[in-house]
Ligand binder design. Structure first.
Ligand code: PMV
Length: 581
């Protein structure tokens, strides 16, 4: 079983943490390519051992730790001091502070030996690797895929040579904790501590088991730039083609979900304050079924049948025509995957709820690979580039209607698959080439190419809808006015792109350098009904007033006041992530 908990000695000496930050800054100043490998100094620790635990192991773990507490009194008083003297590495892949080999060091080794024998005695799995006391400051495995892309296999000696023999400070061996790898970090930045031994007082404390039967997450909305339209399996939400999307920032639009496992009668969900039984919702049932089947965490039948209480809220109005299913199911997947410790790609859980939700599991630019297998195990989301990749990219959501869509995307897709020859042509002849070009445009930050494909994809989706029999109409006359305005705005050079999903609302992409001009133009052609700017756009009114005179004017396009309900300004952001509950 994959390690999910570990025994640690936290390094909280301010001197050491300051010196680690300075070391990392030093390396970064020499070559910032190595930045994604840095370990957050707030998590600095020495690992005494790692374990793969199920919840039913915890009674034994707590007994073993209690037993260790009585045994170690002889060798450790809590005043022993470890000195961090110089840097060392494991094969260039892990850079760490090494520990001076003195009497305290020997005592630490004895302490680990006691842990090991006691844990084995209590039938708790203990990863039996050779113990080398170390505090990791950089590691390749922090971001394998990034380093692979950059062809970085090791940290070079010259980057660290000046600090090799530095003294970093010291830490008392005063408290040993059992920490969770998968739970979100505590507010102070350190791992979630499940239990600890205070070596000074000789006390053992464990937090209640319930604390890890509870989890909370935030998840964002995403907008497709290569569209998903058409399923090869409705049961598993498997798509006819791969798609690519941009994850929007969760500060502006997101779902927050909290899940508690308990002894309730039924699985229940409370969505924006309204409670209902999960049994009425086949999508939710699918998500729960798969995590229960793949749970690594629970062993007994009673534990496996614990009921879920799901509490979910959106920071944007449900039914504002803004798709909340993507953020909703991504958030649910993050929580369920974590609380059950499910050994499947967590984007699969999200996909079973709503296809496009799998892309909200990651930040930035995300591809949903359609997969080939009939069980859908290869139909997963992967990150193409992170949210920090394209700094200047800006997003504006133009809310045209607050109505729920007339035809659900599932029904719309079903109809198109059945009746549209153009959908078949799109899947067979167009999408693969566009996927390739879109990935290139993202990697090279080629906005004109990105914008052109984005607009063509939106046009094609709605052309397929028109080709469907009976036809499906998602865009309305205001949507078409937006297309006309952006087309005029792009007359000399492509500076903005529009895209529409299964509804009339537009999402626009632009670059920082064109942002003011675009926003001024939008406010000129689509002014708010009254001058209440605060509710119209999420910018301060002083900023909006500073845009005066920056708008573009076009012949033949008339301003249309009260056409838009509101404008939401945002940018690419992170994917679904755990938060402290
Ligand atoms: O995931 P669903 O079933 O809500 O379908 C989403 C379909 C579109 O939003 C129209 C396109 C897409 O790729 O997101």
């Amino acid at each position: 079983m994959k390690p999910n908990y570990f025994i640690s000695l936290r390094v909280c000496s301010q001197e050491v943490l300051k010196n680690v930050s300075m070391l990392q800054k030093n390396i970064s100043d020499q070559n910032s390519d190595y930045d994604p490998g840095f370990v957050d100094p707030r998590t600095a620790h020495l690992t005494l051992g790692v374990m793969g635990l199920k919840t039913c192991d915890f009674a034994n773990v707590f007994s073993a730790m209690e037993n260790v507490t009585t045994k170690v009194k002889e060798i450790i008083t809590g005043d022993e001091i470890l000195h961090f003297d110089g840097l060392a590495n494991f094969g260039g892949e892990v850079l760490y502070l090494s520990v001076k080999k003195d009497d305290s060091y020997q005592r630490l080794l004895s302490l680990v030996e006691i842990f090991k024998t006691t844990f084995v005695q209590y039938n708790v799995p203990w990863n039996d690797e050779v113990f080398t006391p170390h505090v990791t400051v950089w590691k390749l495995s922090k971001n394998f895929s990034y380093f692979k892309k950059k062809k970085i296999k090791k940290i070079p000696k010259d980057l660290i040579s000046i600090s090799l023999n530095s003294y970093f400070g010291f830490q008392k061996i005063d408290q040993i904790s059992l920490c969770s790898i998968n739970h979100s970090k505590e507010q102070d930045g350190y791992y979630k501590v499940i239990a600890f031994i205070d070596l000074k007082t000789g006390d053992f404390t464990n937090n209640k088991l319930e604390s890890f039967l509870k989890v909370a997450a935030l998840a964002p909305v995403n907008i497709a730039v290569i569209k998903y339209w058409g399923k090869r399996s409705e049961e598993l939400n498997l798509p006819l083609n791969s798609s690519i999307s941009v994850t929007l920032h969760s500060d502006d639009l997101c779902t927050k979900t909290e899940i508690t496992l308990g002894d309730g009668e039924d699985d229940i969900i409370c969505l924006n304050g309204i409670e209902e039984s999960v049994s009425k919702n086949p999508r939710l049932k699918r998500c729960l079924k798969i995590v229960r089947e793949h749970s690594k965490k629970f062993c007994s039948k009673e534990e496996k049948s614990k009921k879920c209480k799901i509490v979910s809220t959106n920071n944007f109005p449900t039914g504002a025509g803004l798709a909340s299913s993507a953020s909703g199911y991504a958030c649910l997947a993050k929580c369920l995957g974590t609380v059950y410790d499910a050994y499947i790609d967590h984007s699969i859980i999200a996909r079973l709820g709503s296809g496009s939700a799998c892309r909200s599991m990651y930040g930035g630019f995300v591809k949903w690979q359609k997969g080939e297998l009939s069980d859908g195990t290869d139909s997963i989301a992967v990150q193409v580039a992170s949210e920090n990749h394209w700094h200047g990219l800006r997003v504006l959501i133009l809310v045209v209607s607050s109505q729920e869509k007339s035809i659900s995307s599932t029904e719309g897709m079903r109809r198109s698959v059945k009746s549209s020859p153009f959908l078949q042509y799109r899947v067979e002849q167009c999408v693969d080439e566009r996927l390739k070009l879109m990935e290139e445009a993202i990697q090279s930050q080629n906005f004109e190419l990105f914008a052109e494909i984005t607009m063509k994809e939106s046009n094609q989706l709605h052309a397929v809808c028109q080709d469907t029999y009976p036809p499906i109409i998602y865009m309305n006359s205001i949507s078409h006015e937006i297309v006309q305005l952006i087309t005029a705005f792009n007359d000399q050079k492509i500076k903005a792109a529009y895209t529409f999903d299964a509804g009339p609302n537009a999402v626009l992409f632009t670059l920082e350098e064109y942002y003011d001009e675009l926003l001024a133009t939008l406010l000129n052609y689509f002014p708010p009904t009254n001058s209440n700017l605060e509710n119209y756009i999420n910018h301060t009114s002083s900023y909006i007033h500073s845009l005066t005179g920056k708008e573009k004017m076009f012949d033949g396009i008339q301003p249309h006041s009260s056409a838009l309900i509101k404008i939401i300004s945002t940018k690419p952001g992170p994917g679904a992530h755990l938060v402290s509950n």
